[in-house]
Design a protein around this ligand. Structure first.
Ligand SMILES: Nc1ncnc2c1ncn2[C@@H]1O[C@H](COP(=O)(O)OP(=O)(O)OP(=O)(O)O)[C@@H](O)[C@H]1O
Length: 308
């Protein structure tokens, strides 16, 4: 179990990126969903030992990771948002180099481990190809291969599906779901579909605060019978938005289809019909409803050793 207690991060500026985050992350896949700037990458960097928190506590199975970040390293795999690959190396040479950097030792030898990891992420067929010839999805799978080395208890993946086409995304989802069987995988994303597809539970983070901890089905069930959909002419949209709680407005077959949330018993606007809530509706309502943050939960006490 990964536990975060009152985690605060204030960057020089000062910019308060985390305002007292409390979270219990069990085994399996857990999502961290939030818009750009919510504090997800800051949290991921703290968990991966790249950034010191200003205050607060992080433990993994009881190990204190803030005081003893070195104790974490053997148990951690990290796939950052930006992954530095050498384009002219082959996939297998790149992976070997990354394992050497990480200090991974293999009783059967690094060559065998590289082959095993490439097999695990379905890249054996491209082992000898240069990384510059890999698709976005293949690169992400290579990133997961290095994160899996050493069989870590915790794998952190930061915005892993950004830029992948739908087919690559599906393949990557399958791989993440498989590797989450035996460990904790913390998936940070601003893509609601990532969470809907993969995460039995997730936290929503906004402006440095956790505003909800739920599951995709719980979040949708909470909106049961309260979501309605209809068409609004684009010219009327501004006034409509003032009058109703709009969750989403999308063009569908050239028409402006609008979804609204109505508390039970409220009259519906003409032409609107009840519809099935989606996780996107639940998330967008949470983003609207969560209170604006006030002061940070703690005062900065030390300067970070590394700033991102
Ligand atoms: N090194 C830094 N110095 C100062 N402020 C920073 C630094 N890094 C991040 N921030 C600020 O901290 C806040 C949280 O940023 P963070 O990158 O953690 O958010 P995020 O949820 O990961 O967003 P994104 O999805 O865009 O990566 C933002 O206001 C950001 O501008």
């Amino acid at each position: 179990m990964l536990s975060l207690r009152n985690l605060v991060k204030v960057y020089p500026g000062p910019v308060t990126a985390l305002r007292g985050v409390d979270l219990e992350v069990p085994r399996g896949m857990f999502g961290l969903l939030g818009p750009n700037g919510a504090g997800k990458s800051t949290l991921m960097k703290i968990l991966s030992g790249l950034l010191e928190p200003t205050s607060g506590e992080v433990t993994l199975d009881g190990m204190d990771l803030v005081r003893h970040p070195e104790a974490l390293r053997p148990h951690l795999g990290y796939l950052p948002q930006e992954f530095g690959f050498y384009p002219y190396l082959s996939g297998q040479d790149m992976l070997r180099y990354l394992l050497e950097l990480k200090g991974v030792t293999a009783p059967q030898g690094l060559k065998a481990l590289v082959a095993q990891l490439l097999e695990r992420v379905n890249l054996t067929f491209a082992a000898k190809r240069k990384v510059k010839e890999y698709s976005g999805g293949m690169r992400q799978r290579l990133g997961i291969a290095q994160a899996l080395a050493g069989d870590p208890k915790l794998i952190i993946v930061d915005e892993p599906t950004a830029g992948l086409d739908p087919e690559e995304r599906q393949r990557f989802y399958r791989l993440l779901a498989e590797i989450a069987h035996e460990r904790t995988v913390l998936l940070s994303t601003h893509i609601v579909e990532d969470v809907a597809m993969l995460c039995p539970r997730f936290a929503v983070i906004r402006q440095g605060r956790v505003v909800a901890i739920t599951s995709p089905s719980e979040a949708k069930a909470a909106l049961h019978d309260t979501l309605f959909e209809g068409t609004v002419p684009p010219a009327d949209m501004a006034s409509f938005q003032q009058a109703w709680r709009v969750t989403q407005a999308v063009l569908f077959e050239g028409r402006n289809r609008v979804r609204i949330h109505l508390p039970p018993g409220t009259p519906t606007p003409p032409g609107f019909e009840r519809t099935t809530p989606t996780l996107e509706d639940a998330y967008l309502l949470l983003m609207k409803d969560a209170p604006e943050p006030t002061a940070p939960a703690a005062v900065p006490t030390q300067t970070p050793a590394v700033s991102a």
